[in-house]
Design a protein around this ligand. Structure first.
Ligand code: FUL
Length: 540
């Protein structure tokens, strides 16, 4: 098939010198600020050749170092906690008596421990939800922990969580709701923006390093009209916490995916036009898919709760581990970060049943993804940048290293982009993982996996659109000795940093739609699937 190289249309080149300094800067920032990233960077290939072929130019836009670090963490744990936890509500009126806030066993170290053991390296707390109640003793309002009986009015949930997170090496993010149903100045634009920025400054100066600031676009119908000074808020956040990513419906660093089910589009670009999105009024379809010609790098975050509500309610139970696994495929497996809400209960603890499910979810992921079956294959490629004979940095074997800075790159101006895997014996698998070195931009538009049958017939197993940081595709069990990953369409030359094949014995694929051909199904030709606990979910 003739491929279209879209370099001229999409790549806004920058000079090689600028690129190299950007590249070096991003590696050094990435490695200095992330403990887990040092192992990622250990795999940088050192040249034995005195004049190695340099990396290709990036295809813009590209991520900042804080976005790279955010994306590499894959999952964060959301903690909705406040008066709603005690009043059985979701959107508190803002008039609940502060005395309702009385967790008798609050233990932030338990929250962080549960998160860490289940593989989450960041937690994000609702420091203030829409009811306006502050989980820290804000100077600007008395509607806070200071007016509650908890710790005799001298407690500070944000401080306890910050301390526990620091001790455990877990990152901390904070949610400060713009919509405030308690604060009397809400509705008076200048006054409320000053109030809000005063609170933001407290949060960003008292508690050490903050990794993410979560700006919720929600607001009830018929509520007072007012403007939020987003640009001033963003500048303040940058000034006080330059390493923090800012989440909102429209970025600037990470965007809302457009639903609260944890499901991204099966096509999901990190490029996006921020000017096309409005905080509090986005087009869900645009948010889900991103924009292949977007000027801004704004990857998506998928938020979803382990329970039906965001806050803890005695009557609700957590989703099963296999349901969480399904959500993982549809979020992390579609180039997004999964933000899973696990609300502490009215004792101030993550409930035992939630912790149990998280542990099982962790075990499921480990048992599936710990062993990349592709490691036993011998790899070849249609071409290699710099040639295979020249100690190339860009050979196909790089796709077996867990590092985005080592990747396979084809020779420039090729019409065939293929990675070929040959096994000594047949391998059995049903999951494909592909990753791009996104520090050089998101490139792959369309790809497919094919297997050799009857010695000389290549049959397509699955196809997909977009890869990004990570793409996971599921398909019925396959047994083969030869495989090819073919990139059909790309913005510039495609680059692949990782290729994995895995055996998932937990998700059961049950139904194939009769009207969907494999060729056009975009990695989701298995429309409905059920997991062992009979959970049924749509994967589109
Ligand atoms: C929504 C809010 O209205 C919900 O209460 C929750 O905080 C969720 C994460 O975002 O917009």
């Amino acid at each position: 098939m003739k491929k279209k190289t879209m370099t001229s249309r999409y790549a806004r080149s920058i000079s090689p010198n600028t690129f190299l300094s950007l590249f070096t800067l991003s590696i050094s920032l990435f490695s200095s600020s992330s403990s887990s990233s040092s192992s990622l960077c250990d795999c940088l290939v050192q040249s034995a050749d005195s004049t190695p072929t340099p990396p290709p130019l990036p295809v813009l836009p590209i991520p900042t170092s804080r976005q790279l670090q955010w994306q590499s963490s894959s999952m964060a744990l959301f903690l909705h906690f406040g008066p709603n936890t005690f009043t059985d509500s979701e959107w508190g009126s803002g008039h609940a008596d502060p005395s309702v806030f009385h967790p008798t066993s609050l233990d932030a170290a338990q929250w962080v421990g549960v998160a860490k053991q289940a593989g989450f390296s960041r937690v994000i707390l609702t420091a203030k939800h829409h009811d306006g109640f502050c989980l820290w003793p804000s100077e600007y309002t008395d509607y806070s922990v200071r007016s509650s009986p908890w710790r005799g009015g001298s407690g500070d949930v944000v401080a306890e969580l910050a301390c526990a997170a620091r001790d455990a090496g877990v990152g901390l993010g904070l949610y400060l709701s713009p919509w405030d149903r308690h604060e009397p100045s809400y509705g008076r634009t200048v006054e409320y923006n000053e109030f809000y920025m005063g609170q933001m400054a407290e949060l960003l100066t008292r508690y050490g390093e903050i990794k993410e600031v979560w700006l919720d676009g929600a607001k009830g119908e018929g509520e007072k009209d007012m403007d939020y000074y987003f640009e001033s808020w963003f500048s303040l956040i940058r000034q006080l916490q330059p390493g923090a990513v800012i989440f909102s419906d429209a970025g600037p660093d990470t965007r809302w995916i457009g639903d609260e089910a944890g499901v991204a589009g099966s096509t999901c670009w990190s490029p996006f036009n921020r000017s096309n999105a409005k905080i509090g009024g986005t087009d869900p379809q645009y948010s889900r898919s991103g924009d292949p010609v977007g000027q801004d790098w704004v990857p998506a975050e998928c938020d979803v709760s382990i329970r039906p509500g965001w806050f803890w309610h005695a009557s609700e139970v957590p989703k099963s581990a296999t349901t969480l696994l399904d959500i993982y495929y549809n979020s992390v497996g579609r180039n997004c970060l999964l933000l899973l809400n696990v609300p502490p209960n009215s004792l101030g603890l993550i409930s035992e049943e939630d912790a149990q499910v998280l542990q099982e979810f962790n075990e499921l992921r480990r048992s599936i993804f710990d062993e990349n079956l592709a490691k036993s294959a011998s790899l070849s490629a249609s071409s290699t940048r710099g040639g295979m004979m020249n100690n190339s940095h860009f050979g196909p074997d790089n796709v077996l290293k867990e590092c985005i800075y080592s990747y396979w790159a084809p020779e420039e101006s090729q019409s065939d982009w293929t990675l070929h895997l040959r096994f000594q014996e047949k391998v059995k698998f049903n999951v494909l993982q592909v990753q791009e070195p996104i520090q050089l931009g998101q490139r792959v538009i369309q790809f497919h996996l094919e297997t050799l049958e009857n010695g000389d017939e290549w049959r397509q197993v699955i196809n997909g659109t977009t890869v990004g940081y990570q793409r996971l595709l599921q398909f019925p069990m396959l047994e083969t000795q030869e495989l090819r990953l073919v990139i059909d369409k790309s913005r510039g030359d495609p680059l692949i940093s990782y290729l994995g094949i895995y055996l998932d014995c937990f998700s059961i694929l049950t139904e194939t739609p009769s009207n969907t051909s494999q060729t056009h199904a975009n990695g989701s030709w298995v429309i409905m699937k059920t997991t062992r606990d009979n959970h049924l979910s749509a994967t589109l």
